[in-house]
Design a protein around this ligand. Structure first.
Ligand code: ADP
Ligand code: MG
Ligand code: ZN
Length: 497
């Protein structure tokens, strides 16, 4: 019997509002502990929450971007639990009447393209952060930082439409891209701006009923989501194969050991005793609010990808890579605007730039190379000023020498090393002068009479050797096209001799 995995994700995204969801405290990340707090987010008795209009607007943007039906009226509820990161002892969330429901996004390409349903999107507040003095189990004390407490979150709950760890990661990447395109979340998984819990079950292939699920928590990167799901699918499959029953439970991913560990069973699950939040009126969303939000939606990743294929003639793959991140797509389009050769720009950005950025763990917004540098480089190659191989050297030097400078996206700062600087300093300018190259070609032909004879006898490979020798004589700076033309012309001319 073969088995099939079924996965549904619950994703929490921190919204980029300037202030918290129910008070006026700032939401800046990384400030000194407990400096962004007030009686409301500290849960003092007698305080009243006031809903942040921007937080609702941001959530509505995501709901519109994912085709959800938006509730004309939704409600907040209290989710009761005791944990020291939440001083009220309840989290204000949405339960029975969420802001939006029944949307979808698409993942994959070509025949593997599929629709993944979004069950609901609701608004809630984040909790604070516990800092344990040492390992959590053995810490003598724990400190709490309430700066994050009350930061707005949206929870995006998918339908159980995903069938593999790869699909789950694709879905997560697409969700993240949409959030970042909408400018409502920075999408940083390591800093916790985007968090994901995965519900997994396994069933006999072809079955239409859902198996008993486990919920896996504590994965803070795409790689960990992928690894955790693979492990959990394997674990559940083995149990089913052995004829064992699956118990519904919550499990924690342990990245060091590469396993999931039982955290609590269904019997131990919290009863949150949800009830409507009496301190907040229902959220009423009318067409007058939605209309400008709908009109103001930016071009989203799928649409931008399709446009890149149509407008720039890029292969779907390239367009997908370039539009996966909004800032990368912006960078690319800026480069093409400055030097209108879309395919060449795509190659440099996708292969060379992304290669270096990935190697160094940098985001495009931290790129030491600016779009202007890419354009300058393409122009230098096009005009024959430098060769394709020298271009690579120039690119790497511009990248390396501007590292540590301000990110290129912030604008070209004074004192940056430019493409022109490197070409000049390294004397990398290509020799395209036919007279100078002709002299070198003649020397090569004279020095390798036997190879010339072999070529005449029909050994085409000898030609490549002669080109190589001429390139070597110019220390790689000869224009290969001019050298090729000169060699062909001379070998043809001398053929009759
Ligand atoms: P819970 O009440 O435990 O949170 P829900 O039914 O609300 O469970 O679903 C939460 C998430 O789990 C959703 O993303 C949903 O798609 C997914 N899910 C529900 N049942 C299953 C299942 N049997 N297998 C895999 N995922 C599931
Ligand atoms: Mg759940
Ligand atoms: Zn506050």
């Amino acid at each position: 019997m073969t088995f099939e995995a079924v996965i549904g994700l619950e994703v929490h995204a921190q919204l980029l509002t300037r202030s918290k969801v129910f008070c006026g405290c700032a939401t800046t990340f990384g400030e000194a502990p407990n400096t962004q707090t007030c009686p409301v987010c500290l849960g003092m008795p007698g305080v009243l929450p006031v809903l942040n209009r921007d937080a609702v607007a941001f959530a509505l943007k995501m709901a519109l971007a994912t085709g959800c039906t938006i509730a004309p009226s939704s409600r907040f509820a209290r989710k009761n639990y005791f944990y020291p990161d939440l001083p009220k002892n309840y989290q204000i969330s949405q339960y029975e009447q969420p802001l939006a429901q029944h949307g979808a996004i698409e993942i994959g390409d070509g025949p593997s393209r599929k629709r993944v349903g979004i069950r609901r999107i609701h608004l809630e507040e984040d909790a604070g952060k516990l800092v344990h003095a040492g390992a959590m189990e053995s810490a003598a004390s724990s400190l709490v930082d309430f700066n994050r407490c009350g930061v707005p979150l949206i929870e995006i709950v998918s339908e159980p439409d995903l069938r593999s760890s790869e699909e789950a990661v694709d879905y997560l990447k697409k969700l993240r891209a949409i959030l970042v395109y909408l400018d409502i979340c920075d999408g940083n998984m390591e800093e916790g701006s985007l968090r994901c819990d995965a519900n997994v079950s396994v069933r006999p292939a072809g079955s239409t009923v859902l198996g008993v699920k486990t919920e896996v928590k504590n994965m803070n990167s795409y790689r960990n989501v992928q690894r955790a799901l693979e492990y959990e699918i394997q674990r559940l499959t083995k149990r089913l194969e052995a004829g064992e029953r699956i118990v519904q439970e919550t499990r924690l991913w342990d990245a060091d050991q590469g396993i999931t560990l039982a955290m609590r069973s269904k019997e131990e699950a919290h009863d949150y005793r949800y009830f409507p939040e009496p301190d907040l009126v229902p959220v009423v969303v009318d067409e007058a609010w939605l209309q400008p939000l709908r009109a103001g939606l930016p071009e989203l990743p799928d649409a931008r990808k399709a446009r890149f294929v149509g407008q720039y003639g890029l292969p779907g793959y390239d367009a997908g890579v370039l539009t996966a991140s909004r800032r990368l797509a912006d960078f690319y389009e800026e480069g093409v605007r400055l030097h209108p050769d879309p395919k060449a720009a795509s190659n440099w950005v996708m292969v060379e730039l992304l290669g270096l950025l990935n190697r160094d763990g940098l985001d495009i917004t931290e790129s030491p190379v600016a779009a202007q540098d890419v354009a300058d480089l393409l122009e230098a190659v096009r005009s024959g000023k430098i060769s394709g191989s020298a271009a690579k050297t120039v690119f790497e030097k511009v990248y390396a020498e501007n590292r540590g400078e301000r990110g290129a996206m912030a604008g070209a700062a004074a004192g940056r090393v430019t493409v022109a600087d490197v070409i000049k300093r390294e004397a990398l300018e290509q020799i395209s002068d036919a007279g100078e190259l002709a002299r070198i070609v003649d020397e090569v032909l004279a020095a390798h009479a036997s190879v010339v004879a072999e070529y005449r006898a029909g050994k085409e490979k000898s030609f490549t050797f002669l080109v190589g020798q001429a390139m070597r004589a110019t220390r790689g700076k000869g224009n290969p096209k001019v050298i090729n033309d000169l060699l062909r012309a001379r070998l043809a001319r001398d053929a009759g001799k």
